[in-house]
Design a protein around this ligand. Structure first.
Ligand SMILES: C[S@@+](CC[C@H](N)C(=O)[O-])C[C@H]1O[C@@H](n2cnc3c(N)ncnc32)[C@H](O)[C@@H]1O
Length: 225
């Protein structure tokens, strides 16, 4: 990890901590993006490329994208949404941060992705049962456990019958501490909540990724009957 990234991570943790102490678990994202003023080195997760955990999955899974609608939850700076658009999906990418969404539009001026500001803790009624493919990568892990069930319920609500949900997140055992600051690795036990909402888990990969330093990830595919 280079010094710049270490500094950005430390600053982000301090910022998140301030908001978490005020019982405002999502307020810090907009502050982080807006204060960065277009400097991606200030955003610890912004590496300006498709998440390798997604691109690898897309290479290994034949997904039907043509004529289908995809949703990217907490789309950040848009690279994963763009990748799904290239696959042939009609993509909506949403993020709670207006500055992140403006940044996506600036980065990809000719994009076919519909970038929108929306809060996964508030249901968009018009999106209910609308999307054939939903990608949730790294947003659940950036939120405290008190909010995750609600985000999961919203995401599942947006999935159309027959649709696929792909979750990519940090993973830990239940016996391990999640740590004080985000990103919080998730447990399989808490992710089991998704199945209680009627989705079927069809694949769970539990692996160490190729990041430096390496990180334990869960990559889980669910289907909605
Ligand atoms: C750790 S970043 C990951 C961004 C992107 N998915 C990626 O992998 O690069 C988490 C993202 O989720 C967004 N986010 C956090 N809470 C959210 C919420 N309640 N609704 C929508 N987006 C949210 C943040 O603004 C941020 O862009």
């Amino acid at each position: 990890m280079n010094d710049e990234l270490v500094t950005a991570r430390t600053r982000t943790k301090e910022l998140a901590d301030r908001f978490l102490q005020q019982n405002n678990p999502t307020g810090w994202f907009e502050v982080l993006y807006s204060q960065a003023k277009g400097d991606t080195s200030q955003i610890p997760w912004a590496d300006l490329r498709v998440n390798p955990n997604l691109s690898e999955w897309l290479e290994n899974n034949q997904i039907q994208a043509e004529g289908k609608k995809a949703l990217v939850v907490g789309c950040g700076l848009g690279d994963d949404a763009e990748a799904l658009s290239k696959q042939g999906f009609a993509v909506t990418g949403f993020d709670i941060s207006a500055s992140a969404i403006a940044w996506c539009k600036q980065r990809f001026p000719d994009s076919e992705v519909n970038y929108l500001v929306s809060d996964a803790l508030k249901l968009e009624q018009s999106w209910q049962q609308s999307f054939d493919f939903i990608l949730e990568s790294y947003t659940l892990q950036s939120l405290p456990s008190s909010t995750r069930k609600q985000v999961i319920e919203t995401i599942v609500e947006y999935l159309a019958p027959g649709g696929t949900l792909l979750i990519i997140c940090r993973g830990r055992n239940k016996s391990e501490d999640q740590g004080k600051y985000p990103p919080y690795p998730l447990t399989k036990e808490e992710l089991a909540f998704i199945e209680t909402l009627g989705l079927t888990k069809v694949a769970l990969e539990d692996y160490i990724d190729s990041q430096t330093p390496p990180v334990r990830r869960f990559r889980i595919k669910y289907l909605k009957e």
